[in-house]
Design a protein around this ligand. Structure first.
Ligand code: C2E
Ligand code: CA
Ligand code: CA
Length: 743
C-alpha cells in the first residue's frame, strides 16, 4: 500500500530525474558543441595552414626556378640574341611545365618561349615592383585564352645592371590541384584575398565579392566576425572564427600568405562541418528523449496504479456497497464544502435523516435480499430527487442522509412528502408489493454548528417522529433546544445534588383492598432543588442515558434501608418497600451483591425490600432476568414486575419468570370503568396472574369506582391518589404509625 505522500515523492523524484536528465543532456550538448566547434576550428585552421604552406611553396618554387633560370641567363653571351633566348626559354618552359615563360626587356618588349613577342606584357608598375621586391606574383589574369593564370617574375641582372624581367605563369587550376594534392579528398573551398578583402583567387565554387565588404554588409548578423578577422588580417595573423555570411553560419579560417600580403581563406558552412558531430548530438538527443519517454511512461504507470489503488480505497472507504451511494464517511468528508457553499449563497439548508422504519423486521420477515432491494429502491428515488448541489449518502443499514437546500418551508415539505411517498410504495414484482414506513428527522441549519451536532439534532427530530404515530417527519426545533438546555442543566448539577442530599425519598403506601390497611409502600425519588421539588420524570430518563441512575437507585435503596432499619430498632411497624431499579443494573454482574451489601450493612433482613423491575426489561433480557430472579429469591428478596400492561404485556413472560408481584400499570386500568369488554380483559388477566401465584398491585387508582371494581375482581393491593399520594418519609411514617395504631 502506498500513501499519498509516498506517491507525491515518487512523482516528484521522477520529475526531478527528468529535469536532471534534460539539463545534463543540454549541458553535454553545449559542451560537445563547443568542443567540436573548437576542434573543427583547429582542424580547419591547420588545413588552412597546410593550404597556405602549399601555396607559398608553389609560388616559392616557381620563383626559385625563375631565379635559377635568370642566373643562367646572366651567363648567356647575348641576351639580345632573341632567337637563342626564346629557344632557351622554350626548353625551360617544357622542363618546368610552365604555362608560359617570357623575358621582358627594359624597353618593354617581351619575348615568349612560344616565339611570340608582346610589348609591355608586364606593365611598368609591375616591372618596377619586380625590381623593388626581387619577385613578383600577379593576380590571376587571362593571358592567352587558356584560363586564369598567375604570373610570377624575377629580375635579371648582368654585372649589376638590370637586363630585364624573367616571368612565367601557371593556370590557377594548376594551383588548385597542386596545393590541395596531399589534403584529404574532401572538397575544400578556398580563396585568396588581398589584405583589403578583394578576392584574388576564388576556389570556393561560389563567386564572392570583396570579402570584407561582405562581412560588413552582414554586420547585423555577426558583428564579431569582421572585427576580429580584420584585426587579425591587419596584424598578419591567422585564425578561425564562426561567421555569418549570407544568412548562413560559416567557419572561416584565414592564414597570411608569404607574398603580396595575401590571405588564404577557407569558409565552410557549419552545416557541412558539423555533419558528423551532429550525428552524435542526435544520438544524445535521441537518448535523452528516450530516457524522458521511459520516465514519462513510468510516471504514467505509477499514476495509473495510484489512481486504481485510490479508486479501490474510495470504493471501500467511501461507498456503501449495497446501494453504491456514498457512505457516512463520504458524507462527513464532503459536508463542510457543501455546507460552506450553501452558507455562502445564503441558501437555507437542512440535514435530513431518512430512516426506514422497522428495517430489521423487514429483513427478518422477507430476508436480506429483499431488504437490500428496498434499500436500492430508496437510494434510486433519493438519487433522482436530490438536486445537483445537494449531498446524499447511505449512512447506515436503514438510514440515508441528505444535505438539502430549501427556499422555504413549503417547498421543503413538498419535496420531503414526495420523496417519502415515492419510497413508501415498494414492489418487488407484480405480485409482491408492500408499503414501507419511512420517517425523517430534519434539522434546519440555522446555526453554524459542527456536523456531529447537526447529526444529533436531526436524530433527535427523528426520534420524536418515532414517538408520534402517524407522523412521518419532524423538525428539530426550539423545544429540543430547551430540552437540551434542561438536560445539560441537570447533568451539571446531579453529582452535587447527590452529595448535598437533595434527592429525597418519598414513600407511597400500598393498601390492601380487603382490609384497607397499609400493606407495603413504594420508594419514589424527588429532587429538592431549592424551593423546587422536581418529579422523577424530569431527570430519571436523563440519568438512564448517562448512567447516573445506577448511583441514584442505590442511594434511594440505602435511604429506604436506613429508614426501615431504624424503625425496626425503634420497634415500630415495618412494611415491605418497593425500590425501583433501572434496566441498566441488569448489565452489572455485581448488582445483587451491591444490593445485599447495603442491607447487610444496616442489618436489615432481606424480606422488607422488594425490587421493582419494569416489564420491558423482563421482555428484552429474559435469560439474564431468569438468573437475576433466581439469585434474588435465593437471597430472600421479593421482586415485582412493574408497569405490567404498559408495553408488550406478555403473559408468557410471567410463565417463564417467577415474579412475586405484578404491578398493573395505570394505563392498563384506564378505560376499564365504562367499557365492559375492557373490564372483562382486565378481569381475566388478573385471574390468570393470580393463578401464577403473584400478588397483584394496581397502580394509579384514583376513583372509588376503580377501587370497587378492582376489589371485586380480586386485586390484592392498591397504590393510588385515592388513598395517598407519595409522601415525604416523615409524613409516611406518621401515616404508617397511625395505620398501625388504628388496626
Ligand atoms: P412508577 O415506578 O410506575 O411509579 C409510580 C408512579 O405513579 C409515581 O410517579 C407515582 O407518583 C404515580 N402515581 C401513584 N398513584 C397515582 C395515581 O393515582 N394517579 C397518577 N396519575 N399517578 C400516580 P413518580 O413518583 O412521578 O415516578 C415516576 C416514575 O419514575 C416511576 O414510575 C418510576 O419509573 C420512576 N422512578 C421514581 N423513583 C425512582 C427511583 O428511585 N429509581 C428509578 N430507577 N426510577 C424511579
Ligand atoms: Ca415502580
Ligand atoms: Ca409502575
Amino acid at each position: 500500500m502506498f500513501k499519498v505522500s509516498g506517491f507525491k515523492h515518487i512523482v516528484f523524484l521522477i520529475l526531478i530525474a527528468a529535469a536532471l536528465v534534460s539539463l545534463s543532456v543540454v549541458m553535454y550538448w553545449k559542451h560537445l558543441d563547443s568542443v567540436l566547434a573548437q576542434r573543427e576550428r583547429e582542424n580547419l585552421f591547420s588545413l588552412n595552414q597546410k593550404l597556405a604552406e602549399n601555396f607559398d611553396n608553389l609560388v616559392n618554387s616557381q620563383l626559385q626556378v625563375l631565379s635559377s633560370v635568370g642566373e643562367s641567363l646572366e651567363g648567356l653571351p647575348r641576351v639580345e640574341n632573341t632567337y637563342g633566348l626564346m629557344s632557351y626559354l622554350s626548353r625551360q618552359k617544357k622542363r618546368n611545365g610552365f604555362e608560359l615563360v617570357a623575358f621582358q626587356f627594359p624597353d618593354g618588349k617581351a619575348y615568349f618561349a612560344d616565339g611570340s613577342v608582346r610589348n609591355n606584357f608586364l606593365s611598368e608598375e609591375e616591372v618596377s615592383s619586380v625590381y623593388d621586391n626581387k619577385y613578383y606574383v600577379s593576380a590571376p589574369r587571362d593571358v592567352h585564352g587558356n584560363g586564369q593564370e598567375i604570373i610570377t617574375a624575377v629580375p635579371v641582372y648582368r654585372k649589376g645592371v638590370k637586363t630585364g624581367v624573367l616571368l612565367s605563369s601557371r593556370l590557377t587550376t594548376f594551383y588548385d590541384k597542386t596545393i590541395s594534392k596531399d589534403l584529404p579528398p574532401v572538397f575544400t573551398p578556398w580563396f585568396v584575398t588581398d589584405a583589403g578583402g578583394e578576392i584574388i583567387l576564388d576556389r570556393s565554387g561560389a563567386a564572392h565579392d570583396n570579402i570584407i565588404n561582405m562581412w560588413q554588409a552582414n554586420k547585423s548578423d555577426n558583428a564579431a566576425c569582421p572585427a576580429d578577422v580584420l584585426q587579425d588580417i591587419n596584424q598578419k595573423r591567422g585564425g578561425a572564427v564562426k561567421c555569418s555570411l549570407r544568412g548562413g553560419d560559416y567557419l572561416l579560417a584565414y592564414v597570411p600568405l608569404a607574398y603580396n600580403n595575401w590571405y588564404l581563406l577557407t569558409a565552410h558552412a557549419m552545416t557541412d562541418i558539423l555533419h558528423l558531430p551532429q550525428k552524435q548530438l542526435m544520438t544524445a538527443v535521441f537518448l535523452c528523449v528516450s530516457i524522458i519517454i521511459v520516465l514519462g511512461l513510468l510516471l504514467a504507470f505509477i499514476i495509473h496504479v495510484y489512481r486504481q489503488h485510490n479508486q479501490a480505497l474510495y470504493r471501500t472507504g467511501f461507498i456503501y456497497h449495497v446501494t453504491g451511494l456514498g457512505n457516512h464517511n463520504y458524507f462527513q468528508f464532503h459536508f463542510p464544502r457543501y455546507a460552506a457553499a450553501f452558507r455562502k449563497n445564503k441558501t437555507p439548508f437542512t440535514l435530513t435523516v431518512v430512516n426506514i422504519r422497522r428495517f430489521k423486521a423487514i429483513n427478518d420477515i422477507y430476508g436480506f435480499e429483499q431488504g437490500d432491494k428496498i434499500l436500492v429502491h430508496a437510494a434510486e428515488i433519493l438519487r433522482e430527487e436530490i438536486k445537483e448541489d445537494e449531498l446524499l449518502c447511505h449512512s447506515s443499514a436503514d438510514r440515508f442522509l441528505i444535505l438539502m437546500s430549501c427556499a422555504d418551508r413549503a417547498e421543503f415539505d413538498q419535496r420531503i412528502e414526495k420523496i417519502l411517498t415515492r419510497i413508501k410504495h415498494f414492489c418487488h414484482d407484480e405480485k409482491l408489493c408492500f408499503d414501507i414506513t419511512v420517517e425523517t428527522g430534519v434539522y434546519l441549519a440555522d446555526e453554524d454548528v459542527p456536523f456531529y451536532i447537526m447529526m444529533d439534532r436531526a436524530n433527535m427530530a427523528l426520534n420524536s417522529v418515532r414517538e408520534k404515530a402517524g407522523q412521518s417527519f419532524a423538525f428539530y426545533n426550539d423545544e429540543y433546544r430547551e430540552q437540551i438546555k434542561l438536560i445539560t442543566d441537570i447533568e451539571s448539577k446531579m453529582n452535587a445534588a447527590l452529595a448535598g442530599g437533595q434527592f429525597k425519598v418519598f414513600l407511597q403506601p400500598k393498601y390492601d383492598f380487603q382490609t384497607g390497611r397499609i400493606e407495603s409502600a413504594e420508594a419514589l425519588v424527588r429532587w429538592q432543588d431549592g424551593q423546587k421539588l422536581i418529579p422523577p420524570d424530569k431527570f430519571i430518563p436523563v440519568f438512564e442515558k448517562n448512567g447516573f441512575v445506577l448511583k441514584l437507585d442505590m442511594f434511594i435503596l440505602e435511604e429506604t434501608v436506613k429508614l426501615l432499619a431504624r424503625r425496626i430498632k425503634e420497634g415500630k411497624r415495618v412494611v415491605p418497600v418497593g425500590v425501583n431499579f433501572s434496566r441498566l443494573h441488569m448489565e452489572d454482574h455485581n448488582f445483587i451483591n451491591s444490593v445485599t451489601e447495603i442491607l447487610d450493612r444496616y442489618n436489615l433482613p432481606h424480606e422488607p425490600i422488594e425490587l421493582e423491575i419494569t416489564e420491558s426489561i423482563a421482555f428484552d433480557k429474559r435469560e439474564i432476568m431468569r438468573d437475576v430472579l433466581d439469585e434474588l429469591h435465593a437471597r430472600g428478596f421479593t421482586v415485582a414486575m412493574d408497569d405490567f400492561g404498559a408495553g408488550y404485556s406478555s403473559l408468557n413472560i410471567l410463565k417463564d419468570l417467577h415474579f412475586d408481584c405484578v404491578k398493573l400499570d395505570k394505563e392498563f386500568l384506564t378505560g376499564g370503568e365504562g367499557n365492559a369488554r375492557m373490564r372483562q380483559i382486565i378481569q381475566s388477566t388478573v385471574e390468570m396472574i393470580k393463578k401464577l401465584g403473584c400478588v397483584i398491585v394496581t397502580e394509579g387508582v384514583e376513583t372509588k369506582e376503580q377501587v370497587e371494581f378492582l376489589k371485586s375482581i380480586g386485586c390484592d393491593l392498591a397504590q393510588g391518589y385515592v388513598f395517598s399520594r407519595p409522601l415525604p418519609s416523615a409524613d409516611f411514617e406518621k401515616l404508617l404509625n397511625d395505620d398501625a395504631a388504628r388496626n
